[in-house]
Design a binder for this molecule. Structure first.
Ligand code: PLP
Length: 485
């Protein structure tokens, strides 16, 4: 991996030129032709007109906008093979295709990479991304908390999946459902909307400072509310700061409270999860503490297309409750599929058919790039990749911290807290208002704009397997030197 990264020749501009975009726009085909143009013509059109107008986040390590990740060479190769063979991975048909078994191997290796025992996470599946995984987490959580409430209130088995939310809540004696979190990713509210809990069900039980940690008093008070069922959602690395919501024995305290009140714990660890590949050394202590005891959660969201550096789209989802997952996602009464029989009649240990444990029926073979990349680079390759990325983020943070023109955020932040996100502002108000624009206008690097304490702020997100610390730092220093003054 290191050799591949070193031999990589980055393009020098992170964005296409305005002329290229303008040209592509003028060439876009908006009317369905009667007689098609043919393969040669469309190839020329794609390569010559459209490709030059795409962003280059996968062509240079100097794109620090959203946490986009890139595609490792092994995952790129595997993605081509996946498309070429167009497997649908809906049902496990062991005599027809090895694809679902390969997916299962990819999920097992993923568990091993992240130091989870695969046997403890029997409900595991690939999704389209962290948003979809959050939908799965809330859907399973919703099923769990209503069942638990019904158990306590009389013993009847009440399933949201069967009755629907209003009837299930009535039978379980529940009037409110809430999602308790600190600084959740925007997609959690979207997921809450999709599963019928509503955006307003997401309640803040975080401390009022910038540390993004739980306020345990507020959490317990909320869990205690009568006729209320709760899902606790933990931000395992917050998108603006990279801060982790839990540390030390926090997960154990949360587990204990949730057991007491029948709540479900979901962890949104879209990009935080990869901190679990880091060695247990003092320099990474804050980060490894942030992902400690995640095995106590009920469900976990992870993103493949972010720090795992496999192609879009790829997310994953782990839950300890396969029975609940199957209750929610079972694709019932389709005689032509007969998925359960297929799964159990094979000689191999039964693998649940993916259509019964996730959103989609037909699914892309997004497991193959994961399978290939984990195998090609192994644990050490991924550890090295993470260490280079963190090392670059920390070098950027140090540079900003020492600069007289810029300020590292949140105020008083220390380098030990830095994961792969660096949040900062220019000290001069006028420069700060156009800081992101100035940086991105150089086209040498790209950062994203955000808000902090009511003022504009800029944010680096380091997420590419290609990162070489010294090489990238030289470019970044040059850009910041001119943009911040
Ligand atoms: C990126 C992100 C998401 C959304 O992920 P998608 O893959 O874009 O759906 C959710 N949660 C967190 C913490 C994220 O960083």
């Amino acid at each position: 991996m290191d050799a591949e990264a070193k031999s990589f020749h980055a393009v020098t501009e992170v964005l296409p030129s305005p002329e290229n975009i303008q040209h592509a726009r003028s060439q876009l085909i908006k009317t369905l032709p009667g007689k098609g143009s043919g393969l040669d013509q469309i190839q020329k059109h794609l390569q010559n007109d459209l490709v030059p107008a795409f962003d280059r986040h996968n062509k240079t390590p100097n794109y620090y906008g959203f946490v986009t990740g890139g595609t490792t060479p092994a995952s790129l190769l595997a993605d081509h093979i996946a498309v070429d063979n167009d497997q649908s991975l809906m049902v496990h048909l062991p005599k027809d295709s090895i694809s679902v078994e390969a997916e299962d191997c990819a999920l097992r290796m993923l568990c091993q990479l992240l130091d989870f025992e695969p046997e403890r996470w029997p409900h595991r599946t690939f999704t389209t991304g962290a948003t979809a995984s959050n939908v799965l987490g809330l859907a399973c959580g919703r099923e769990y908390v209503i069942r638990r409430a019904a158990e306590v209130n009389g013993g009847e088995v009440v399933s949201v999946a069967d009755y629907g939310l209003p009837e299930a809540m009535r039978r379980a004696g529940i009037e409110n459902m809430q999602i308790l979190s600190e600084v959740p990713h925007s997609s959690l509210r979207k997921a809450a909307s999709i599963v019928g809990l509503g955006r307003a069900s997401v309640r803040n039980v975080g401390l009022a400072n910038a540390a993004h940690r739980f306020d345990f008093e507020a959490l317990e008070a909320a869990l205690e509310e009568p006729r209320t069922a709760s899902i606790v959602s933990i931000s395992c690395s917050e998108i603006n700061t990279g801060f982790f919501a839990t540390s030390g024995d926090d997960m154990q305290r949360i587990r204990q409270l949730c057991d007491q009140y029948g709540a479900w714990i979901h962890v949104d660890a879209a990009f935080g999860l990869l901190a679990r590949v880091l060695p247990q050394t003092p320099e990474y202590e804050v980060l490894t503490q942030g992902v400690k005891d995640l095995h106590l959660a009920d469900s976990i969201t992870g993103d493949g297309h972010k720090l795992l550096n496999v192609p879009y789209d790829c997310g994953f989802f782990f839950s300890r409750h396969l029975d609940l997952g199957t209750a929610v996602f079972q694709n019932t009464n389709a005689a032509y599929i007969n998925s359960n029989a297929a799964a159990t009649s094979s000689g191999t240990p039964s693998i649940p058919s993916p259509l019964n444990i996730g959103i989609e029926n037909s699914r892309r073979f997004r497991a193959l790039p994961v399978y290939a990349s984990l195998t090609a680079y192994g644990r050490n390759g991924y550890r090295d990749m993470m260490e280079r990325q963190i090392s670059l983020a920390r070098a950027i943070a140090k540079y900003i911290d020492n600069s007289v023109h810029c300020e590292l955020l949140p105020k008083g932040n220390s380098i030990d807290n830095i994961y792969i996100i660096v949040l900062f502002q220019a000290k001069d108000e006028n420069i700060n208002d156009e800081l992101v624009q100035r940086i991105n206008a150089t086209r040498k690097i790209y950062v994203s704009g955000t808000q902090w304490d009511g003022r504009p702020a800029a944010r680096f997100a380091v997420a590419s397997w290609q990162v070489q610390v010294e090489r990238e730092m030289a470019t970044i220093k040059e850009v910041l030197e001119s943009a911040c003054t």
